[in-house]
Design a protein around this ligand. Structure first.
Ligand SMILES: C[S@@+](CC[C@H](N)C(=O)[O-])C[C@H]1O[C@@H](n2cnc3c(N)ncnc32)[C@H](O)[C@@H]1O
Length: 229
């Protein structure tokens, strides 16, 4: 999975430290040719390349609807609107992420097309609403099922993969006929467990794009498409 004896949990802790305000981080960052606001306590898309890669790779449904689970600072959701999605819904369980995504939607002039909701996965999605594209850059490092985590930690770790299981079980009900579902993942995640959870949810995982970063460790990021079987 990783180089030498370094585990996914170790690398997750390093990423968490960088993300914490104690590590010192900017209130604004450049990414994908734009500048973005960054609030404390929100996943910072600058300490790993996941946000950049997945945001660049996603096939946005032009004129259609896009749902982002776990929007964080809002880079992907705002980019979806800027790339031509007619309706974007950005959800996060973290209150500060909601504030941050609203700020970035205003900053880039797309607030009227980006609805931002505080929601545990799909809980606050209006009944019966379905989307042409659903995406989550997931908290792909598996933590102990009993871990009690704060909002920032939940951006990186998923205790017992419960949120992954719920995402896989619930996502099809929110996907429009012919709609596409994507998960941003990496080999720091538990790929075997993800596959078995996907099987149970009648979803097949297909790697659409991948990129291997070599520093500071060798790590492959994957944009997975979830196909209904
Ligand atoms: C890896 S971060 C990605 C953030 C952002 N999309 C980005 O790429 O910069 C994962 C995000 O999922 C959110 N998240 C974790 N569990 C969630 C849940 N149950 N419901 C909604 N969002 C959740 C976290 O708060 C975090 O913002």
């Amino acid at each position: 999975m990783t180089d030498g004896e370094v585990t996914a949990l170790d690398l997750g802790r390093v990423l968490l430290h960088r993300n914490s305000t104690k590590g010192g981080r900017p209130s604004e960052f450049p990414l994908l040719g734009r500048k973005w606001d960054l609030l404390p306590g929100v996943f910072a898309p600058i300490y790993d390349v996941s946000t950049q890669l997945f945001t660049a790779w996603l096939p946005y449904p032009i004129g259609g609807s896009f749902l982002e689970i776990g929007c964080g600072a809002g880079v992907t959701a705002v980019t979806a609107a800027l790339r031509g999605c007619a309706r974007v819904t950005a959800l996060d369980i973290n209150d500060r992420a909601i504030e941050n995504a609203i700020q970035n939607a205003r900053r880039h002039g797309v607030a009227e097309r980006v609805r931002v909701l505080r929601s545990n996965l799909f809980a606050e999605v209006p009944q019966g609403e379905r989307f042409d594209c659903v995406f989550w850059n997931s908290s792909f490092i598996e933590a102990s099922p009993n871990a009690a985590l704060d909002a920032l930690e939940l951006a990186i770790f998923d205790p017992g993969y419960r949120t992954h299981a719920a995402f896989l079980n619930e996502v099809s009900a929110h996907s429009a006929p012919g709609g596409r579902i994507f998960l941003g993942f990496s080999d720091l995640g538990n790929g075997q467990l993800l596959k078995s959870l996907a099987d149970q949810a009648h979803l097949e995982l297909q790697t659409v794009r991948s990129f291997t970063a070599r520093h500071p460790v060798t790590l492959t990021y994957q944009l997975l498409e979830l196909i209904r079987t």
